[in-house]
Design a protein around this ligand. Structure first.
Ligand SMILES: Cc1cc2nc3c(=O)[nH]c(=O)nc-3n(C[C@H](O)[C@H](O)[C@H](O)COP(=O)(O)O)c2cc1C
Length: 363
């Protein structure tokens, strides 16, 4: 257990929120996180309202613990990703928490959700956006640092963004997202003033994530230096900055990556997948992430992941990841940091195992 205002107010055992990751964070993943005492987020991404309703039912069949629904506010090639119907579905299903990402939600949605007793969180990438989110009534603000995987607008690292946002929006709780994949990162975010952490990349490498096995393997194999930011992906949602694994297509376009390049002529298909029940031929530069239903050339695909992929060492059940990160954070707070409050004596003792540096893969 670790206690913060967020765990108290939302009935959680640990200040851990799993990121809504489009096509990847579905009920199995979110429920495992909620069952482990955190708050699991269901990613609605481009899911139509009827399918979102089914996802919520499935979630409730897997856990009776608190959870949330993550909604992206933007237009895509598949239409508006969040509509008033999605909002109605969340209200009708009495979802405990709704999280908005990318653009701020209209005031009307905020009002309807809050009048229905639903807590609304907003994920932002800057202090000025955090202030706007606070002004429109967010109950908590997730600050996304520039390290974070997936779509990412932030220009600021999380260790600066958290305290700056806390100072700007206090007393609204702030949740830190980006670069956190072990207990050391959790402890750092909490020490910087966050009331919880929001974790994406670490959970791609979980049994329950719907990512393709090859995608999981590549997250595992990536070092911190293998991750970069690019705008090349997205005929479905053009010119959006994303943090991804640098595979061949990213390396080829480095330096020319300020915008999504024009579609090649003749059109080129890099793979096939399914979105909902629909088959989808993935065009060159597709931003659609490879899932269990995807086949094709992984050197051409968008493999969204943050810098913390470099800290991921194994694929395991999501609940185990939550428990491990939280127990390591406790060790860091209890042992490593509290030891700094007393003068050091000459010793040959080794630090407790769980907070020893891990050997990097290169050595
Ligand atoms: C594969 C992937 C997909 C993502 N999709 C979404 C999404 O659909 N909605 C959203 O709010 N955030 C999305 N994000 C961003 C996360 O909410 C969060 O900011 C990020 O994962 C935190 O950084 P980390 O990946 O370093 O843990 C995604 C992140 C990743 C890695």
């Amino acid at each position: 257990m670790l206690y913060t205002r967020l765990t108290r107010d939302y009935g959680l055992d640990v200040p851990f929120v799993s990121a809504g990751m489009g096509l990847i964070a579905l009920p199995e993943l979110a429920a495992s996180v909620s069952e482990a005492g955190g708050l699991g987020l269901l990613a609605a991404a481009v899911t139509p309202p009827s399918a979102l309703r089914e996802m919520i039912h499935k979630m409730r069949s897997l856990t009776s613990r608190p959870f949330g629904v993550d909604l992206v506010v933007t237009d895509t090639a598949f239409g508006q990703s969040t509509t008033v119907e999605h909002i109605r579905t969340c209200i009708e299903q009495r979802v405990p928490v709704v999280v908005f990402f990318w653009n701020l939600p209209p005031a009307d949605w905020m009002r309807q959700l809050r009048e229905s007793g639903i807590k609304v969180w907003i994920q932002v990438g800057s202090v000025s956006r955090a202030i706007e989110a606070a002004r429109i009534g967010a109950d908590a603000i997730i600050v996304q640092g520039s390290e974070a995987g997936g779509h990412n607008h932030s220009e600021t690292g999380l260790i600066t963004l958290i305290p700056a946002a806390v100072d700007a929006v206090s007393p609204i709780p702030v949740i830190g997202a980006g670069g956190i994949a072990d207990g050391r990162g959790v402890a750092a975010a909490l020490a910087a003033g966050a009331d919880a952490v929001c974790v994406g990349t670490r959970l791609i490498a979980s049994h329950e994530a719907r990512a393709h096995q090859e995608y999981k393997n590549r997250v595992l194999a990536a070092g911190v230096d293998d991750i970069g930011r690019t705008c090349i992906f997205g005929p479905e949602w053009p010119d959006q900055p994303m943090r991804v694994i640098r595979n061949r297509v990213v390396r080829e376009w480095v330096g020319k990556d300020g915008k999504t390049p024009p579609a090649p002529n003749p059109p080129q298909v890099i793979g096939h997948t399914s979105i909902g029940a629909q088959n989808y031929a993935m065009p060159k530069f597709s931003a659609v992430l490879p899932t269990l239903h995807t086949s094709g050339d992984f050197e051409e695909m968008c493999l969204a992941a943050g810098d913390s992929a470099g800290l991921v060492r194994d694929i395991k059940p999501a609940g185990e990841i939550v428990r491990e990160m939280m127990s390591e954070a406790r060790d860091v707070l209890e042992v490593r940091l509290s030891a700094m409050l007393t003068p050091m004596r000459q010793t040959t003792e080794r630090p407790p195992r769980s907070i020893e540096p891990r050997r990097s893969r290169g050595l």
